[in-house]
Design a protein around this ligand. Sequence first.
Ligand SMILES: [Zn+2]
Length: 223
Amino acid sequence: MIAQRSRERHFSGATIFSTKIRCGECGGWFGSKVWHSTDQYRRVIWRCNAKYDGKANKCKTPHVTEEEVKAAFVRAINKLIADRSTLLADLREVQQMYGGTDELGQHLREVDERLNTEADAVQALIARNARVAQNQDDYSAAYDAAVSRYEATKAERDQVASDIRRRGIRRREFERFIDELKKLPEAVSEFDEALWGSLVEYVTVRKDKTMVFTLLGGTEISA
Ligand SMILES: [Zn+2]
């Protein structure tokens, strides 16, 4: 009974599969449903949330049971282990590429310089207007143009800075994946929740029920 209760607790809210199983057809997330909740045939299935939303073109992706997801994950991990040395070599090559954020950094410095120049231009216009009597319509037009140039450059700067941040996050995930890959045992025989948690970004279920695991750092493996 204790085991039963702890199982129920586990499935009462978010589980390790929540927002981890994705539909290969419509791109939506799978949601869970308990079948035979009161008898010994009880099992948890995951299906596309768009499947039963009442719309005419319901999604055709089949449901999967948790056992199927777990079994596919074990197969995927064993494939990963079998390909480990080749994969590690490939990953190290990609890692070199991630190292080169120089280009983006240089772009950021260039945009920063432009931003400073444009901010100075706005200040200069304001200062001049305070000093010199001039047509205020002309001044307004010049001021608005200078400010919108500045704002466009500011938006460009924010974009470049966010690209750099994103790339840094990607790079760290990638490095973490390489570490995890090195730590994997020689074979995995059963589903391991910790491995799932540390390796899986999400799994995509295809129409033919095959599953593609997208792992930390972007490596994909089908099972
Ligand atoms: Zn779907």
